[in-house]
Design a protein around this ligand. Structure first.
Ligand code: NAD
Length: 380
């Protein structure tokens, strides 16, 4: 077994992390990490990731991302994240259940942390956690959960971020219009799929490209979104859509389009390909899909990014509402209100103070956390 890698030097600052806990139960092979970054705004919400190569540093970075996301969204929740080291594809349902239940019991005393689903965990796992400790978000609908992927909560937030961004994109591209815009979506999954539907429904947009791990389907005349969804679910890949050019995975980021929604994985747009991006607006559906340096270069070229934790907060807003006992009908209006307000705040700062979007977003989130910390008694 690899030695435990604790936080490398300097991975802490005036915000956190407040707790980093390693959990080890050799009898069932459980190795897990929980990181509570900051709880000044309230109990930390953040998912449980299950991956074979998870590290403490990664969990901390994800926890900090949640601190910023929750604070920027104006939620009364701080940020945290946790993870189990293991490959969910290589274990039986019973093995996974045992790991999840044991991990949940270890979280019982970390009462300031509310776990949720993330890569490698799902609503069934959340139901086990609820059964163990009664504290979780992302439950099945039958247990009072609001299934955020089914309703497209994150995609709905991305759409509203784009609506606000439109007037700011026009500063560099006066002819830009969301109405009828050409859209490319990297990653036609739980975020990308409903995004294609919302943009088409409200703005008659034309989907010109979509990708998954197998490749990119491209048709400058437009792809029938309903048909693409059907083909992807029946045959497994966007490449099975018949009317279009089949291109490599990376091509989706480089096609001629107005709006690009990277909704697949981190660092898709980086220093080696940012120069090929033709979109005028990038709405970041995935977490950190654009490397920071590349994001700045894009901004300097007049391509506006709405940073991930501003644009993709719809999912956690949905989780926070579920935790507060809200009903499903409250989810969309709340996402619209919060994402509209916060995207505007960030983009106004970008243009009035000549800041990069991510710097403006972090400044906004950090100010709110530091303000909340003034009211907090130390109780560690
Ligand atoms: P998903 O697994 O449902 O979909 C991801 C899609 O991306 C799949 O179609 C997959 O084939 C495709 N993909 C993977 N690697 C790719 C690559 N290299 N190039 C092109 N396509 C690729 O996942 P999701 O729930 O849609 O989440 C997408 C991203 O957004 C993830 O990074 C996730 O962490 C982030 N995110 C999701 C939510 C949410 O509500 N689901 C909220 C915030 C952030």
């Amino acid at each position: 077994m690899e030695p435990c890698v604790f936080l490398k030097e300097n991975l802490y600052d005036e915000i956190g992390p407040s707790k980093v806990v390693h959990i080890y139960e050799p009898k069932i092979g459980l190795r897990a990490i929980a990181c509570i970054d900051n709880v000044a705004c309230g109990p930390a919400i953040g998912g449980i990731r299950m991956a074979p190569d998870l590290t403490t540093t990664e969990v901390f970075r994800l926890a900090r991302g949640m601190t910023y996301k929750n604070s920027a969204a104006g939620l009364k929740h701080g940020g945290g994240k946790s993870g189990i080291i293991g490959d969910p594809k290589k274990m039986s349902p019973a093995q996974k259940e045992e790991l999840i239940r044991t991990f949940a019991r270890a979280l019982a005393t970390l009462t300031e942390y509310i776990p949720g689903p993330d890569i490698g965990t799902n609503e069934t796992d959340m139901a086990y956690i609820y059964d163990e400790i009664g504290r979780v978000v992302g439950l099945p609908r039958s247990m009072g959960g609001i299934p955020l992927d089914e309703i497209g909560a994150t995609a709905y937030g991305c759409y509203h971020a784009a609506v606000v961004a439109e007037e700011f994109v026009k500063k560099n591209h006066p002819k830009f219009s969301l109405k009828g815009a050409k859209i490319a979506i990297e990653g036609f999954g739980n975020v990308g799929r409903p995004a294609a539907l919302f943009f088409r429904q409200y703005k008659d947009t034309v989907l010109v490209a979509a990708s998954d791990t197998k490749g990119t389907i491209y048709n400058p005349k437009g792809i029938d979104v309903d048909k693409l969804i059907q083909v992807k679910s029946e045959k497994g890949s966007v490449l099975d859509y018949p009317q279009g050019e089949k291109l490599p995975v990376s091509a989706c980021l480089e096609v001629d389009c107005d709006v690009l929604i990277p909704a697949a994985r981190p660092d898709s747009i980086n220093m080696s390909n940012y120069n090929k991006v033709k979109a005028k607006l990038i709405v970041q559906g995935a977490n950190v899909p654009v490397q920071f340096e590349a994001e700045r270069k894009l901004h300097d070229k007049g391509i506006l990014n709405v940073p991930c934790f501003i644009a993709n907060a719809g999912g956690v807003i949905c989780g926070a509402l579920e935790y507060a006992g809200a009903t499903e009908s409250q989810v969309f209006p709340t996402i619209e209100e919060k994402i509209t307000r916060n995207t505007r705040k960030v983009l106004e700062r970008v243009f009035s103070k000549k800041m990069y979007p991510r710097d403006a977003a972090i400044a906004l989130a950090k100010e709110r956390v530091l303000e909340a910390m003034k009211f907090r008694k130390i109780h560690i």
